[in-house]
Design a protein around this ligand. Sequence first.
Ligand code: EPU
Length: 420
Amino acid sequence: MESLLLRPNGPLKGIVHAGGAKNSALKLMAATLLAEGSHVLRNVPQITDVAIMAEVLEALGAKVSTQGSTLTIVVPATEDLVAEAPYELVEQMRASIVVLGPLLARCGRARVSLPGGDDIGSRPIDIHVDGLAKLGVSFRTQHGYVEGSVSEGGLVGQNIVLEYPSHTATDNLLMAAVLAKGTSVIDNAAREPEVEDLAIMLNKMGAKISGLGSSRLVIEGVEQLTPTDHAVIPDRVVAATYLLAAAISGGSVTIADGRPDHMEMLLAKLGVMGADVSMTPEGLRLDAPERLLASDVATLPYPGVATDYKPLIVAALSVAEGVSIVSENLFEGRFRYIDELRRMGADIRTEGHHAVIRGVPSLSGAPVRAPDIRAGAALVLAGLVAEGSTEISGIEHIDRGYEAIERRLSALGASVERRS
Ligand code: EPU
């Protein structure tokens, strides 16, 4: 099992690329299933989750080839698609559920293993299923699989109001509605930039989606889509990770491909924490104060502060001046890494979905375990400044969402080494 070994090495300085967004790339890969032929995706991050999604697509009958950050995906004719995503793959990555919409739209049926729980709380798929049922899919669940079949008349456009703006449910509904007969409206849709990126690519494939980036998406169904060539937007959570690495270490880091318009609320919070954030000709730059200031943060669906930023913010606030309250409003279990931060000397008390963080002057290095992607990244941030050495195990979680994290941090001056 590999681990990351970190030692404090002063303020981080320099320029780094975030690379393509995981949560966009995975959906764009699924979206290729909607059209027979050869698709090209650029700026795809080289991370484990992308490799798993490539395996999912291959299990469904597509051919995926990778050249650096460019993927070519060849999708077969409908009769050669396999409408079943197996347990062995879905179990490794919940996001595989986004093949449900495209498979139903293309094949008229789909059998997808039910994603299990993971370390960030129970995450049902009722919003996906209810929305797709409205479009004309009947579902049953058996042997751990959700099985959907489209009624004889095919998918039919409908008005759907989401009970909650679920990110992947919006993705699934968009990918089903683009090939439905007539017009669909998705109200209370997720507004994440990655959902918008998906809609942009679908439109390039010939879909007719309007209201992009808003909570009301209007989709006029079309008969057929065609392959396209699309570049994935930069990863705002990876960008946030390097900005917070600068913030916690008192440094200054520029994200060459940073998109401030995708992370406005976070940047505002970083300002409250005393950082100076600016757009420069080189990219999105953060200059940290000598010591960060406390700030209260509550996670909310986009454009609120993303739940994915939260562990990173908690790590930074654990050494800030003053007391902060951080509230998690999306996922129930997303506080588990706090025990690990406490073992590093952080003073954090949790109460329900709130965490009270009393900033301490310094953390102390310890062996810790990464419970999920973002929590793992939070432990990396803590390890950048903790006295002594911090050895993080469970880094396969970090590799799911971060490309070459140790190389990029080293280039910014961090002392970090991968050990096997
Ligand atoms: N929910 C339901 N029923 C559903 C769907 C969601 O109750 O059918 C609940 C969930 O249990 C959760 C809340 O709604 O409490 C939010 O879930 P959402 O569906 O919006 O999240 P997701 O689509 O499963 C995506 C990202 C997550 C990110 C969230 C929030 C992907 C592959 N995953 O998950 O990213 O945290 O949106 O923005 O896009 C990550 O990258 O590490 C990650 C977890």
